[in-house]
Design a protein around this ligand. Structure first.
Ligand code: CS2
Length: 493
């Protein structure tokens, strides 16, 4: 079968949407760091919608860690398929907004030179939570992070996202070129402000004047939302059948997509609103809503679901007790912490439950379970802090935290190993090994991770009681029974 590439664009099978612009006329206005599946299912699609009328806003992607996206897309002239899945089927669309992909490890100089050039007015990022090299509990730069230590010692050949951004901005400053806007599209709380604080700190450690310059750069905040499971070989086959060509890395996703953007782009921006994005003055309430409702539910389902033997989120949604738990988590515990005038939170919740149910979306609990130490603070712990302050209960959120603690021991209910992927996994497993089967000791050890829990939660009695009790129940009664006991008495949803 022929490989997807520019030469087949003209003979696409009927029903496959292709770029509606001349790709030879588009030029780069955006550099995107972290060109993974999420970016390709989300921002690159919005840009694809706009290129016909705004041809100077195409994207050059860069991978900071692995060259696999470059290897997949290069023979395809940057083209790839986004396949939208729902109960009715799989709907393919070929995206052309990515001009090329650079590997930051082997093409660093070319990438930095491009980022420093005047045509680039936005540098966007999806480098995941851990890619910002920060302390997740405080949102501050982790100055002991090995990549940060490296980049401060070798500022012109950086490895980390903060190091790359600052080196490119420094070059622009020297050349008298106005800075690009830095747009984080990661699930961090107040991602614009948080990333600005991290990057500015890094710059000021390089040089105080550079720190001041970076402090004046625009870091628009965003709320991004689209569920994107990892692509499997079966997905590759399905897509090949639909587009009549082989695509080494198609992206599978859901119909839903949302993007709320703080409108702060001094060097201009594409008219993202024409592609369906919401441009607002303050994104923070939207981010908080999404992190606490969607991602908080996701992480809770991931740990409990994995331990209960559910491979996919849609399997978790097939268990009525789990559905009641998640419905209750959102309604009783998360929604009261959100102040969203003009948004129907109940409708938002119901839509989320429908999205989680999507049977065509094979979203692994194991995939979401990754990097929990970086995710828990903004997904569950912030909500818990507010509940504590208001003197309110948080049993369901507490069970989510306990399930994470149970999961990171690395051993499941049948005694099998769990492949725990997390930057803190070694420390967590050592804590688990010390604790043995003592749930209280496990709780104490893990709650002592200050980069996750800060110092306030570990010392809080109500937090300790709720989470340690839930953890004990998970060990004593198993996951399914613990969930059943908790939801007993709730109204079925
Ligand atoms: C998920 C998110 O993997 C995860 O941690 O919770 O990637 C989630 O699917 C997206 O944020 C949805 O927008």
């Amino acid at each position: 079968m022929t490989r997807l590439s520019a030469s087949i664009l003209a003979n696409a099978p009927a029903g496959v949407r292709m770029p509606d612009y001349d790709r030879s006329r588009i030029t780069a206005g955006i550099v995107h760091l972290g060109i993974g599946a999420f970016h390709r299912a989300h921002m690159a699609v919005y840009v694809d919608d706009l290129l016909r009328d705004n041809p100077d806003w195409a994207i050059v992607g860069a991978s900071l860690r692995r060259p696999d996206t470059k290897e997949a897309l290069e023979p395809q002239d940057g083209l790839y398929t986004v396949a939208i899945r729902d109960a009715e089927g799989t709907h393919p669309r070929v995206i052309g907004s990515i001009l090329r992909v650079l590997d930051a490890n082997t093409e660093r100089e070319e990438l930095l030179a491009l980022m420093a050039s005047p045509a680039i007015r936005i540098v966007s990022l999806t480098v995941t939570e851990k890619g910002y090299c920060h302390d997740p509990a405080t949102g501050e730069l982790d100055q002991r992070h090995p990549d940060i230590v490296h980049d401060l010692a070798n500022p012109t050949t950086p490895k980390s996202a903060p190091g790359m951004l600052v080196e490119a901005l420094a070059r622009r400053q020297v050349a008298g070129i106005a800075p690009f806007a830095v747009m984080s599209c990661d699930n961090l709380p107040s991602n614009g402000e948080t990333v600005q604080r991290i990057v500015t700190k890094f710059a000021s450690l390089r040089d105080a004047a550079l720190g001041e310059f970076v402090a004046s750069v625009a870091f628009p905040g965003t709320m991004v939302d689209r569920i994107v499971p990892s692509t499997t070989d079966a997905d590759r086959e399905t897509v090949a059948g639909l587009i009549g060509a082989e695509d080494a890395w198609p992206i599978m996703t859901e119909p839903f997509t949302q993007w709320v953007i703080e409108d702060h782009f001094p060097q201009g921006r594409p008219p993202f609103e024409k592609a369906g994005a919401q441009l607002v003055k303050d994104v923070e309430p939207f981010e908080r809503m999404k992190l606490r409702m969607l991602n908080g539910s996701h992480s809770t389902m991931a740990y409990l679901g994995y331990l209960a033997g559910y491979e996919y989120i849609s399997d978790v949604m097939g268990d009525a007790d789990f559905v009641r738990l998640i419905h209750g988590l959102m309604t009783e515990e998360a929604m009261p912490t959100l102040d969203m005038p003009g948004v129907d939170l109940g409708a938002y919740r119901d839509q989320l439950l429908d999205r989680f149910r999507n049977p065509a979306l094979k979203h692994r609990t194991w995939q979401i379970a990754m990097d929990g130490s970086q995710k828990l603070p903004q997904r569950l712990l912030g909500t818990i802090r507010e509940r504590l302050k208001a003197g309110q209960g948080f049993e369901r959120l507490g069970l989510g935290v306990a399930a994470w603690m149970r999961y990171v021991t690395g051993i499941d209910e049948k005694g099998e190993n769990i492949d725990v992927r997390d930057p803190l996994s070694m420390r967590m497993m050592a804590i688990a090994a010390d604790a043995g089967d003592d749930a209280e000791a496990l709780y104490e050890g893990l709650a002592g991770l200050v980069e996750v829990f800060g110092t306030d939660l570990a010392d809080n009695q109500a937090f300790g009681e709720t989470v340690a009790t839930a953890l004990d129940a998970l060990f004593e009664d198993g996951v399914k029974e613990t969930v059943r006991d908790l939801v007993e008495g709730d109204t079925p949803s």
